[in-house]
Design a protein around this ligand. Structure first.
Ligand code: NAD
Length: 296
């Protein structure tokens, strides 16, 4: 069993940390929120006064933070975990962040004699609670081999995507496909309605034809055809539009840095920005169909 520092105990981090405790690991936990620290202590973790204090006592550091700047601060800022950790510690960052931040932090960690993986997740809060997350892992073979058994306590599918930053690359490429395809499916249902084509009939045909995709068959944006989709519960998330916007912005930014044109990715980011700015950031991302119908 390992001694693990867990930093960032929010909607995702708290249940992930609890699964590490359940697996028998010793956890030193830290979050800026007192309520989150209290809940971690109630669950059986030892609360540390700052990230460096948690890292100094651990062999493994796991972080689950909002964005790239938080990750840079916690690892490389004054009192950061890279300087505080024992030699040859393993760092696992499961936050969704920009590829440049992931690579910068991993480089600093490696230079200081540690190993690091970026390991963003898909599966949401439900997957974090059930321990069934998918981890997309970027890092060396050695780093992946050391991270794999820890990640297996929190997830079901663990894929080594390649070198440092490729976990984040996989996450934003996948979610860009999802954002674009959800808009495509939503436009088709809005058009069908105007043309007098019943939504269920469109579903029955398109789900067996070349328009078939996950946004249609598993997460249909109109009520009826897929009873488990958020459309059937007034678009309560699921996956909030604000989080989709975050991931699309990361994709657009990565496209600019890498010189890869993303005309549809950029358009999808703009449409989700419009949807979120109209007060829908907390609505499920499939609710964008309401905007396309002129209802949001
Ligand atoms: P959250 O806002 O609920 O949690 C983030 C936590 O980090 C908060 O408790 C906050 O207090 C803490 N924090 C911020 N700065 C800190 C610091 N310097 N030191 C210590 N703690 C700090 O966010 P979340 O929903 O748990 O998401 C975390 C990450 O996972 C994000 O990058 C998000 O994009 C990604 N993600 C979320 C979901 C989801 O469904 N919620 C799904 C996949 C990926």
């Amino acid at each position: 069993m390992a001694t693990i520092a867990f930093i960032g105990l929010g909607n995702m981090g708290a249940p992930m940390m609890r699964n590490l405790l359940k697996a028998g690991h010793t956890v030193f936990a830290f979050d800026l929120s007192e309520a989150a620290c209290k809940a971690a202590s109630d669950a059986g973790a030892t609360v540390a006064g700052k990230p460096a204090e948690a890292a100094a006592q651990a062999d493994v550091v796991v972080t689950m933070l909002p964005a790239g700047q938080h990750v840079r601060d916690v690892y490389m800022g004054a009192g950061g975990v890279i300087a505080a950790a024992k030699p040859n510690s393993l760092f696992i960052d499961s936050s969704t962040v920009d590829v440049s931040s992931a690579r910068a932090v991993a480089e600093a960690a490696t230079a200081a004699g540690h190993v690091m993986v970026d390991a963003p997740v898909s599966g949401g809060v439900g997957g974090a609670e059930a321990g069934t997350l998918t981890f997309m892992v970027g890092g060396s073979d050695e780093a992946f081999a050391r991270a794999q058994p820890i990640l297996a306590n929190m997830g079901k599918t663990i894929v080594h995507a390649g070198g440092s930053g490729t976990g984040q690359a996989a996450k934003i490429c996948n979610n860009m496909i999802l954002g674009i395809s959800m808009i495509a499916v939503s436009e088709a249902f809005a058009l069908a309605e105007k043309l007098g084509l019943d939504a269920q009939k469109l579903f029955d045909i398109a789900s067996k034809s070349s328009g078939q995709c996950w946004s249609l068959t598993s997460y249909c944006p109109v009520p009826g055809p897929v009873p488990t989709s958020p459309a059937n519960r007034d678009y309560v998330p699921g996956f909030a539009a604000g989080m989709m916007l975050k991931d699309l912005k990361l994709a657009v930014e990565a496209g600019q840095v890498a010189g890869s044109p993303l005309p549809l990715g950029a358009e999808a980011a703009q449409m989700y920005a419009l949807f979120c700015n109209a007060g829908n950031a907390g609505v499920d991302f499939s609710g964008i169909v309401k905007m396309l119908r002129g209802q949001a």
